[in-house]
Design a protein around this ligand. Structure first.
Ligand code: PMP
Length: 415
């Protein structure tokens, strides 16, 4: 053990002398992924009429272009009429849906959320920090629920929603979750749709951000939550979100909202106070570029070709440097944007700190939990997409040196 620690110290000292400046923080597409959508910049050309004859240059069309909604209806599992194509971000739609629920009575609700004493959301952990950020901003209490390899622990979820009417919602990333890469089982989806809730206005925030973001030949499918909710007599329970951020341009994509007809009417009524209509020219260029659902899948294969080697490199280095040490475990996701590295309890913050000192910036430890508090201090989220392959390999090798250093120091201190 002392020999392992000594070697780790040497490796770390050597790493620091290299004065790296590498960033593994956020799941951003790399420039060559953005290049795949370069033709978008020249579209829609001289065309400005949408399929329904709407002049995309003008005001209006709050629901979004039908031809684009038709393309994403299948991947997002929302009937075309119930799918809204909006601005450039699904996070914005999630944020606004919560603000609207605060200020305008939801279908099935008896009062505005802002008039209630306490509003709480279930937060499966590890989860997506920006979901937690929205809750923090709006004063929504966050209740962590552990993830299993089939989705959130449903016994805990069912108990909490049944006994407490101030639990108004749950965050879900149902496919290739951020950060664990987990896809919800059919049983989890059915239980979420069917469970009795004390709150009549309970909502599932179904953030299907990685619906078509496959990394293997297996295109994982999940059960249709919206249909399941309707089948179980809870038609208004699901709010579905998605976007083209990691399909076309992360900053200039299109965000989607899907829900029951009553929820869609509610959202559009509130949205109408905020905008006269979305950027339909951008929606038209997306429809022309992607063409149809098959076009989306063909395009996603090009992304996969860019991303797969990066994920493989991370997995290869983790195995070579940490395999068999007992110092860490990691995920091998079938899709999405992240690998979760789990280090020994009490070590994640220190690994992130040591990495930063060596010029490698990781997502802050704890970011995967509400208020940045990972009670085990064990989860580190790795985002392989953005760096070049060379930078990525250097960064991951550096991280593994930090994991060995901190891990062996911890084990020796405990002896
Ligand atoms: N949801 C999840 C789970 C994400 O990982 C991300 C991007 N990191 C987003 C939403 C952001 O989506 P958008 O760009 O559509 O706002």
């Amino acid at each position: 053990m002392t020999a392992h620690r000594d070697r780790a110290q040497q490796d770390y000292a050597e790493l620091v002398t290299r004065r790296l400046s590498l960033d593994l923080t956020r799941g951003k597409p790399a420039a060559n992924q953005l290049d795949l959508s370069a033709p978008l910049l020249a579209l829609p050309g001289d065309t400005y009429k949408a399929a329904e004859g709407l002049d995309t240059r003008n005001y209006g069309g709050l629901h979004g272009l039908r031809e684009l909604r038709e393309i994403f209806s299948g991947p997002l599992q929302v009937p075309v009429e119930q799918l809204v194509a909006a601005g450039n971000s699904s996070l914005e739609l999630m944020h606004d849906s919560l603000v609207h629920a605060m200020l305008s009575v939801l279908p099935g609700a008896t009062s505005r959320w802002v008039d209630e004493e306490r509003i709480a959301f279930l937060c499966p952990v590890p989860g997506y920090d920006r979901h937690f950020g929205v809750c923090e901003r709006l004063g929504i209490e966050m209740i962590p629920v552990p993830m299993t390899d089939e989705g959130p622990d449903m016994e805990t979820v069912e108990r909490l929603v049944a006994e407490d009417a101030s639990v108004k919602g749950i965050w879900c990333v149902p496919k290739y979750s951020n950060p664990d890469g987990i896809s919800y089982s059919d049983e989890t989806v059915t239980r979420l749709a069917a469970m009795p809730t004390a709150a009549p206005d309970f909502r599932i925030f179904w953030d299907n951000a990685y619906a078509v973001h496959h990394l293997t030949d297996e295109r994982v499918e999940i059960a249709d939550l919206l249909a399941a909710c309707a089948d179980h007599g809870n038609p208004d329970r699901a709010f579905v979100f998605g976007s083209t951020s990691k399909i076309t341009f992360a900053g200039s994509g299109v965000g989607f909202f899907g829900a029951s007809p009553a929820n869609v009417t509610w959202l559009l009524g509130n949205m109408a106070k905020r905008t006269i209509g979305p950027d339909k020219i951008n929606q038209l260029r997306h429809a022309l570029f992607l063409k149809d659902e098959a076009g989306v899948y063909a395009h996603m294969d090009l992304h996969r070709a860019e991303l797969r080697p990066k994920f493989d490199a991370v997995l290869r280095i983790l195995e070579a440097e940490l395999g068999g040490t007992g110092l860490a475990t990691w995920t091998d996701p079938k899709g999405g944007y992240f690998i979760t590295l789990k280090v020994l309890d009490g070590c994640a913050r220190e690994v992130v700190r040591r990495a930063a000192e060596a010029g490698i910036v990781l997502t802050p430890a704890g970011a995967t939990h509400p208020h940045g508090q990972d009670p085990d201090d064990a989860v580190i989220r790795i985002a392989p997409s953005f760096p070049t392959p060379d930078e990525l390999e250097k960064a991951i090798a550096g991280v593994t040196a930090c994991v060995r250093l901190v891990g062996y120091e911890k084990l020796l201190a405990a002896k």
